[in-house]
Write a protein that binds this ligand. Structure first.
Ligand code: ZN
Length: 134
């Protein structure tokens, strides 16, 4: 794994969270993107070499809606950038980690992503991400 690419934070209301984090970081978000397949709307802030991703559910079946229902707002996942996501998924599965999706799927921010189940990672939802070739 190369670095922490971003930290994902689940929020109830993206517009008010955008406002809050803009004041917190003293800079605005640089992009907003919706991912219909996952039922989420996101915004990104760049902080030095890493990013903060805010996630709001756009429908009640969204994983973000379920997360907030169970645990409230807060840190949802930590995303690590990898060189070769297919190879890394294979390696981690062989190490006994449970993958939530068996094949990389399309994420926001031009990434291929995969999540590791928190029950095999000390309760932390971990995302692997690889930038798609342009
Ligand atoms: Zn993410």
């Amino acid at each position: 794994m190369k670095k922490v690419e971003h930290i994902g934070i689940a929020v109830k209301d993206l517009a008010s969270a955008n406002d809050l984090f803009t004041r917190l970081f003293n800079q605005p978000y640089y992009k907003q993107e919706e991912l219909v397949s996952e039922g989420v709307s996101t915004s990104f802030f760049k902080i030095g070499d890493t990013k903060i991703e805010l996630l709001e559910a756009t429908d009640e079946n969204s994983p973000i809606a379920k997360f907030i229902e169970k645990r409230g707002e807060g840190i949802h996942h930590i995303a690590f950038e990898v060189e070769d996501i297919d190879a890394e998924m294979e390696r981690l599965q062989a190490e006994g980690f449970q993958l939530i999706n068996q094949r990389p799927k399309n994420g926001v921010d031009n990434k291929r992503i995969c999540f590791l189940h928190p029950k095999t990672t000390n309760g932390i939802l971990i995302e692997l991400c690889q930038e798609k070739a342009k």
